[in-house]
Design a protein around this ligand. Structure first.
Ligand code: SAH
Ligand code: MG
Length: 940
């Protein structure tokens, strides 16, 4: 198993990533640059003649003071960065400084660290604090030589880390950080502190040379610059508003912020840690609360916590995950390493609302789908091909990152003991009859737990740990018959959904919290959950304050008695002719959608969001339920319009983007959201999904078993797979012991063939020596065209292909296969149309009558035949070409209506005489060879 051993809870020391080590040592002076490199095509699949698209890889350059290193190329940027950091750590022989030191040691170290800032030597370094010294040591400065504590707190990572060791609550409390710095300064014999503000300065004056040199550094002029920041009032009733800071070269930004916060000077403000991206200087500034700060000790600190004068700024606290008091300013400004000029960037209102949304479990999904008012975090993961947006695993790790939790740990186990049958010969039908009956009638979820041959049962454990390695929750989920990566994604999704539920009712009572987890296969450490999310609890009021009490939708209905409120919406219109192509449960649908804010009785509309194309899987909750309810009433090309109640103001503002300004002031009562949507197309396979839900092993696995049985019964040495697609059959055959020596695939999809080549190449390289296969070839070409490369094989397979051709082409293929290719045995499978009602009835339980049972299983199918139609086709062919045919199938039973789910014809050649004499080419050159060689492998 490729998943690393999970760090057990017994391991005290968290494994620190190289990047974290570099960060500890260098802070923001570590500069990572990502470079794109194209992967050498040579590294792809040897022997493949199709030009392959070069894969984009990333290389990372890491520049540190005095060292630059470059990583190898990686397919993920993250990995490249970690690799570069690892190289640097090795070169510099850095030991990660862990929280090994005790609080007492850290206290001592903090005093040293702070004193160190106030030395002549420090002033010639490139630390960001130098920028602040440059200001403090200006000749005309009122507080000459005095540094505000917020400058230290905002510039030095080490100081913050030491504070966390001294009292771990410092992590979430800037007031505590400042108190600790202040106390440390007071302990230093070289430093002075003020009585009426958070100032620190040096007892002995600096030498004039030092002052001159610091001043000369500060020569870069910014000119006159205005930067956009945000004012986040403490009172939830007041709006967040833009605020301009004039940072001309004479203005010290901390002074400006102090002025805007209505406090005396920069010694009266506190600063949060970086909010959002670590590379920015985005921080919250707020006034020092009225507490006896100068005596602040952890003891005093705790006493003041209960003080009613401390007014928690809920929005700012929610945003930063720290306790922020009073009115706050969010600004992206500060000094950084090596440069003496001030870094600054504008902060827009919209970016603020986006940051808020990114914090909630489903927010990141909505943001990355760029459809805030349309999308929802899906409640189900049915496989990679149906999922749109970032994978559940990435979503969960983004969530953990947002909440300063460790990366989720996954571990997957499978009961390999049972799947060992895959290498033995299967002689009997892979599925016993009772199983099938049970499955069709029984509980679908239960299917996987039956003891069936060759089904892989995976168990995935997910652990979410806090920074301090405390277990927040643990999930354990069983899953069957899917890929390992699918199992991980679906487990990640379940954990994320649990958080989503929790976030939507953070105040649920303790008892409910744990039973609410166990109902989802999740064990919650109630105490630790509370601890980690307590801040969110305290800011809970925020969301609700935004909600409007009365439903505008109801008053809308009162004015329009002809309109019905159903499914949380009022349908206004459905336009366009029914095309007959309906989205079903499980199908992928693509819609175009526009959402506008409307006020009842006002003709004006504010367009908030529009998507030309939005694709999602029907029935997985990937969109708001109103859209789901609407599209299932529509067919392709129809348009509908409906109205819903509005969501919270935040969500509206995120959706509106940069145009949100005029909405800020707008009262939202009597407002509705008006959705206009069109079903553009219904895409791709229901087929796999249905098969997966109904059959275990899946029908495709059963088809492989079926083929294996015939191969071995006939001791076939050569096999050609007509319409091999991406090689699923050929690949699976390699997992079984067979008599085969040569395998060939033919298809008209270059994409499929490229994938097939890679997969088969890899498998053959793995098993070489153990396998009987000596030769494998893939051809590009149509199976309705003769090519002598595939004449006279022992066995031919054509699984689930003919229904992808027009009926006349299917007949043409039959004639050429039996008349020209002449394999000894030909196995052809195709869906049994009569079986569809069973699949579709249960796959779309909510659809009821709407689902007329005449849908094909896959929209790429040109036809689906009944048993009679298929038998007619096959018997006619066999009679014409001197073959005899037997009918069989997989999924279901021959003599129970409506027969097999996938019907199979097995043609056997009657005599060795195959090619009709007149067609037999005389000369080697006369042989038709239109196929193009795509890939070839031989073991000689
Ligand atoms: N046999 C595979 C793929 C089935 S999908 C499996 O069981 O997984 C149908 C495949 O038939 C597609 O890969 C399609 O490209 C191929 N196909 C359709 N018409 C074809 C033709 N005329 N010649 C060759 N391949 C064809
Ligand atoms: Mg098909």
């Amino acid at each position: 198993m490729e998943y690393p051993e999970q760090p057990g809870l017994s391991i005290k020391r968290p494994v620190i990533t190289p990047k974290a080590v570099i960060h500890q040592k260098f802070g923001s002076s570590a500069n990572y640059r990502i470079e794109e490199v194209k992967e050498d095509v040579e590294n792809g699949c040897p022997g493949l003649t199709i030009p392959q698209q070069a894969k984009i890889l990333y290389r990372c350059h890491l520049d540190l003071p005095g060292l630059s290193v470059t990583s190898e190329p990686f397919s993920r940027k993250k990995d490249a960065e970690q690799s570069a950091a690892r190289i640097a750590v090795e070169k510099l022989h850095i030991q990660p400084s862990t929280s090994d030191s005790t609080p007492e040691e850290a206290s001592k170290e903090l005093v040293e660290r702070i004193s160190g800032f106030f030395t002549d030597g420090f002033l010639s370094s490139s630390h960001p604090l130098i920028g602040h010294f440059g200001v403090a040591l200006k000749a005309n400065r009122e507080h000459f030589g005095m540094i505000p504590i917020s400058a230290i707190a905002s510039c030095d990572v080490k100081v913050n880390n030491l504070c966390k060791i001294i009292i771990c609550k410092a992590e979430s409390d800037p007031l505590l950080v400042s108190s600790l710095i202040f106390n440390a300064a007071r302990k230093s014999s070289e430093l002075c502190t003020a009585d009426d503000g958070l100032w620190i300065w040096k007892k002995v004056p600096y030498s004039p040379e030092t002052i001159a040199s610091v001043n000369s550094c500060d020569s870069d002029s910014l000119g006159f610059t205005k930067i956009q920041s945000l004012h986040i009032p403490c009172s939830i009733e007041e709006n967040v508003e833009p605020l301009t800071l004039d940072v001309s070269d004479d203005n010290y930004y901390l002074d400006l912020i102090a002025q805007k916060l209505n406090v005396r000077d920069s010694s009266q403000i506190l600063v949060s840690r970086t909010v959002g991206k670590a590379s920015s200087e985005l921080k919250l500034y707020f006034p020092l609360p009225h507490v006896p700060y100068c005596e602040a000790s952890s003891y005093l600190y705790r006493r003041t916590r209960g003080n009613v004068e401390l007014m928690l700024n809920q929005r700012a606290s929610y945003l930063s995950g720290q306790y922020i008091y009073g009115n706050a300013i969010l600004a992206n400004i500060g000094y950084s390493w090596k440069t003496t000029s001030l870094y600054h960037e504008n902060v827009s209102i919209c970016s603020y609302y986006r940051m808020l949304l990114a914090k909630v479990p489903d927010g990141y999904y909505k943001l990355s789908r760029e459809a805030i008012l349309v999308s929802e975090l899906p409640t189900e993961y049915t496989g990679r091909s149906n999922w749109r947006g970032p994978t559940p695993k990435d979503l969960l790790s983004a969530f953990c990152h947002q909440h300063r939790l460790l990366e989720p740990v996954f571990s997957v186990t499978s009961n390999d003991t049972e799947s060992s049958v895959s290498h033995t010969l299967v002689t009997s039908s892979p599925l016993s009859s009772t199983e099938v009956i049970d499955k069709i009638g029984g509980d679908r979820l239960d299917v996987g737990h039956r003891n069936l041959d060759n089904s892989d049962i995976f168990r995935c454990k997910v652990k979410i740990l806090s920074r301090k390695m405390q277990l927040i929750l643990e999930g354990s989920f069983a899953d069957t018959n899917r890929k390992e990566s699918d199992v991980i994604h679906s487990s990640a999704l379940r954990v994320l959904l649990w958080f989503d539920k929790y976030f939507k009712q953070l105040d649920i009572p303790v008892e409910t919290l744990s039973s609410f987890g166990s109902a989802h296969g999740i064990t919650v450490s109630v105490e630790n959950v509370r601890k980690e999310f307590s801040l969110y609890l305290s800011t809970l009021g925020l969301k609700q304050n935004y909600c409007l009490e009365n439903s505008s939708l109801e008053s809308f209905c009162k004015n329009h008695p002809d309109r019905k409120l159903e499914n949380g919406m009022v349908m206004l219109s459905i336009d366009g002719l029914e095309s007959g192509i309906f989205p079903l449960h499980g199908s992928l649908i693509c819609i175009g959608c526009a959402v506008a804010l409307v006020k009842i009785g006002d003709p004006e509309k504010y367009y908030l969001e529009s998507k030309d194309e939005f694709e999602f899987e029907v029935g997985t909750g990937a969109v708001i339920y109103q859209i789901e309810a609407c599209v299932t009433q529509l067919s392709v090309n129809q348009t509908a319009q409906f109205v819903t109640d509005i969501p919270s103001r935040d969500v509206i503002l995120v959706a509106a983007g940069e145009t949100a300004k005029h909405l800020l002031e707008m009262p939202l009562h009597n407002c509705l959201l008006e959705y206009t949507l069109k079903v553009l197309r219904v895409a791709e396979p229901l087929e796999d999904r249905m098969e997966q839900a109904f059959f275990n092993p899946s029908l495709s696995k059963q088809r492989v078993m079926f083929a294996v049985k015939h191969i071995n019964e006939s001791s076939a040495a050569t096999l050609v797979d007509f319409g091999c697609g991406s090689g699923s059959l050929l690949d699976s055959l390699l997992d079984h012991a067979t008599s085969l020596e040569k395998i060939v695939g033919v298809d008209i999809s270059r994409k499929g063939l490229t994938r097939a080549a890679k997969i088969i190449h890899q498998k053959l390289s793995q098993i070489s020596g153990m396998s009987s296969i000596k030769h494998a070839v893939l051809y590009y070409g149509s199976i309705t065209v003769p090519d002598s490369h595939v004449f006279g094989f022992d066995i031919g397979t054509c699984l689930e292909v003919i229904e992808h051709m027009d009926e006349d082409q299917a007949s043409l293929f039959g004639n050429i296969a039996l008349g020209t290719f002449c394999p000894r045995i030909l196995i052809v499978s195709t869906p049994n149309y009569e079986y569809n009602p069973i699949l579709q009835r249960s796959a779309a339980p909510t659809m009821e009558e709407k689902t007329t049972p005449c849908k094909f299983r896959n929209h790429d199918h040109r036809f689906e035949w009944t048993r009679e139609q298929f038998e007619h086709w096959a018997i006619d062919l066999s009679a014409r070409h001197n073959y005899h045919v037997e009918f069989s199938g997989v999924g279901g039973l021959a003599d129970v209506e409506p027969g097999f789910a996938s019907q199979i014809a097995v043609f056997r050649r009657n005599s060795n005489l195959c090619l009709p004499a007149e067609e037999k080419p005389k000369m080697e050159e006369d042989l038709p060879r239109p196929y193009e060689l795509i890939w070839e492998w031989s073991n000689s």
